[in-house]
Design a protein around this ligand. Structure first.
Ligand SMILES: *Cc1c(COP(=O)(O)O)cnc(C)c1O
Length: 422
């Protein structure tokens, strides 16, 4: 309802007053700037620390002190079963069955592990389709996976790019490329939300097109998990991976999440790079040869759970399950639309918002492309207590996270930007 928006502090505060999620803001620590809370718009890069995280960490420290090795079974959250404590709430967050998700490793490592299973070029079927302008880790992963198979990345990676002069990729161009590649296509690997433009892609349509030509579809959901409601199971996605330190607020370098559709997770003949933690739990401690994958995504686990790298995510999932992703998305749509409305009222010509204008094609991020002096603007914003994110070559990313950002944050940002631009 952008026509009902007003560019005033009173209006922003009135919106906050009726926001049913407003109290969640108090559950997070905000960095300070000159003795006041900074305006934090970087939840797409590193989410803020939930105030209850230290309690969760202390629990594990206490149990380690108290039980030593017995903590594997005696701890409040027994470490032997630690990854199980995430599945229910994480599955709800990404639209998966319980068996289809697991928390393990970190994002780039997980994409490699999943590609080891889902990119096995053979005969004619050797090509990978990905987005032009993917996050660098994704580019390096795909490039080196192709080379691991003795193939030439230039020949085997097909990038779909925006049309000349555009910043966003047309959905139809992705589908057309998939169909044109046909039976030489092995895998489509795509970002759920592009980190630079904030464009949210049609994961269901991409998956369906890949399946029509007999290929797999896998997604990097770094900027989608905890940001948009997903239905990975129903969309028939083959696999996905995400990090948990962006919208999921689990702390720097926190363990990532993985989705593997049950038709693959429950297929023991699909090859996995294996470790003991992926083995069937009943025979794990027999210490014998012969890997027997357990059911589901958990069979891709290699090592026992890195408890201290996972514990903050328990605190975070607790908040998400109380707030509810449907309510969060609903607030997010209005909050980002309000920010967009405010930005549109600034003088034209200094910057352009390259994120899709259609709310259903974006999450909680707007990318401002500056043709000149972007760096200077970013520096001036930082000096005034705005924590945003600079991406080379010329973009400032602003992410109003519905868990802890307010309409007043958006308004105050707009005021500061306006003064900086003058
Ligand atoms: C943040 C991000 C990563 C980071 O990968 P890590 O392995 O967690 O360091 C990878 N890919 C995308 C698309 C990202 O946005």
């Amino acid at each position: 309802m952008p026509q009902m928006f007003q560019s005033s502090l009173e209006f922003a505060r009135a919106q906050d007053a009726t926001d049913t999620l407003r109290s969640y803001r108090n559950e997070f620590f905000f960095p300070e700037h000159n003795g006041h809370d900074a305006i934090y718009f970087c939840g797409n890069s590193l989410g803020l620390q939930p105030r209850n995280v230290s309690k969760y960490i202390q629990q594990e420290l206490d149990d380690w002190a108290k039980f030593g090795v017995e903590g594997h079974f005696q701890a409040k959250n027994p470490w032997f079963s630690y990854h199980h404590f995430f599945t229910e709430r994480l599955a709800a967050l990404v639209g998966a069955q319980k068996d289809e998700v697991v928390v393990m490793n970190t994002l780039s490592v997980n994409v490699h592990l999943l590609m080891a299973s889902f990119y096995r070029p053979s005969g004619k079927r050797t090509k990978i389709i990905m987005e032009a302008g993917a996050f660098p880790s994704d580019m390096y992963i795909v490039e080196t996976q192709v080379r691991m198979h003795g193939l030439d990345p230039k020949e085997h990676i097909i990038e779909v790019a925006p049309r000349p002069g555009a910043y966003l990729i047309e959905d139809q161009d992705i589908l057309d490329t998939i169909h044109a590649t046909g039976d030489s296509l092995a895998l489509v690997i795509w970002g759920g939300v592009n980190y630079y433009t904030g464009q949210y892609f049609d994961l269901r349509a991409i998956t369906a097109a890949a399946h029509e030509v007999g290929a797999y579809a896998g997604f990097d959901l770094a900027h989608a998990a905890g940001n948009l409601p997903l239905e990975l199971h129903n969309w028939d996605v083959d696999f996905a991976a995400w990090c948990s330190y962006k919208y999921l607020n689990s702390g720097p370098g926190a363990a990532g999440g993985v989705f593997v559709h049950e038709r693959h997770g429950n297929n023991p003949s699909l090859l996995r790079l294996a470790g003991w933690w992926g083995n069937d739990e009943k025979t794990r401690f027999r210490m014998e040869k012969g890997f027997i994958p357990q059911q589901g995504a958990a069979s891709w686990q290699m090592s026992n759970a890195p408890v201290f790298n996972m514990v903050a995510q328990l605190a975070s999932l607790d908040i998400f399950s109380r707030a509810g992703l449907t309510a969060l998305r609903s607030k997010s749509l209005t909050l980002t639309a309000y920010l967009h409305f405010l930005l549109m009222s600034l003088p034209e010509g200094k910057f352009e918002v390259i994120t899709p204008a259609a709310p259903e094609k974006r999450g909680a991020q707007l990318s401002l492309l500056f043709n000149v002096k972007g760096r200077e603007v970013f520096k001036a914003l930082s000096e005034k207590g705005i924590i945003a994110d600079w991406r080379e070559p010329n973009v400032i990313r602003i992410a109003p996270a519905p868990l802890y950002n307010s309409f007043e944050d958006c308004y105050r940002f707009y005021e500061v930007l306006k003064s900086v631009l003058n």
